[in-house]
Design a protein around this ligand. Sequence first.
Ligand SMILES: [Mn+2]
Length: 331
Amino acid sequence: MKSSEQNMILQARILETIKAFDRIVICRHRRPDGDAYGSTFGLREILRDAFPAKDIRLINDDHSDYLSFIGDDDLPFSDEEYRESLFIVLDTGTKDRVSQKHLNDAKFLIKIDHHIDNLPYGDISWVEDARSSACEMVASFCLSFPETLRLSPVSASYLFTGMVTDTGRFRYEGTDGDTMRIAGALMDQGIDREMIFANLYMDPYDVVVFSANAMKNIRRTENGVAYLHVTTGMIKKYGITTEQASASVSLMDSIRGSFIYIAFIDYPDGTIRVRLRSRFIDIQKLASKYHGGGHANASGATLSGRKEMNALLRDADAILKEAKQAHKEWI
Ligand SMILES: [Mn+2]
C-alpha cells in the first residue's frame, strides 16, 4: 500500500470517529459519476457490515439515471438527527460541489477524496490526489483495518464499479500497481464482472444512433484539438439526456494526433458544459481558467456561451501546438 504514515494516521482517526457516532450521513458530489456512486455505496455497505447497530444512510440532493442500477439513496434524516450526525463526503473536491443541503448541520465532517485539494474542507480531510479513484481509497481503508472492516461481494462490486469508471477500465494515468492489487482484492470477493460491465457499457439503441451522428460533427482545430458541440437541437432530436450527451467526449478518444479533445454540451440553463480530455498533456489548468477543474487528463468546465467556447478552443490549440513542437516523437 502506498499510504504514507501521515495518511495511515488520518485513516485511523477516521475509523475512531466513525466508531464514536451512532448516525452517519454519506454523501458525494452533484451530478454523480460511477466513482461517486461506488465509493459511497461501498463505504455504506462496509460500515453497515461492521457496525450493524449504527444508522448509516446515503443521502444526497441528486442522482444520475444511468447509474440507477447501482441503487437508490436512503430516506433523509430529520433536521434534529442531521445535527447529531457524522457526515462523510466522498469524491468531492470542493464543499460547494457536495450534493447535500444539510452539510452545514454536520456535527463532524470527514472528507475522503482524490482530487487536487484546492479548497480544503472538513474536520478531518484525507486527500490523496495520486489515487485512481475514491473507490480505491475506500477499499484501501477497508483493507487497512482487517480486525474491524471486511469486504463482501456486495461492497466489492460497488467499489470495483467506481474503479472501472474512474480509471477508464484501468487505463488512465493514476492507475498503478496498488490500483491493480486493490482491484484484485475486490475480484477475490467473487464479483460479477460481466454484469458490471454490461450495466456500465451497454447503451440504448437511440444513444448509439446519436453517437453515429455526433461522430459526423467532430471537428479539429488547426493543430489537431478534436471537438464536438452537442447542441440543444441534437439533444432533442435523439431524445438523449445531458449525461448521455456528455459521454460523447469518448467518441474522440482515439483520433491520432488529437491529444486534446473536448465535448461542448448545451445545457437547458443556457450555459455550455465542457468535458475536457487529453493524453500526455495536462489540461487541468486550462479547465480552471474556464471556471472548472478536475484531473490532469480529465477535467470539466462551464462556459457562458459561444464566445468563451471559441476562446477555450484557441487556448487548447495553442497548448497542443506547443506540446507537439516539444515532443516531435508523438506524431
Ligand atoms: Mn472520482
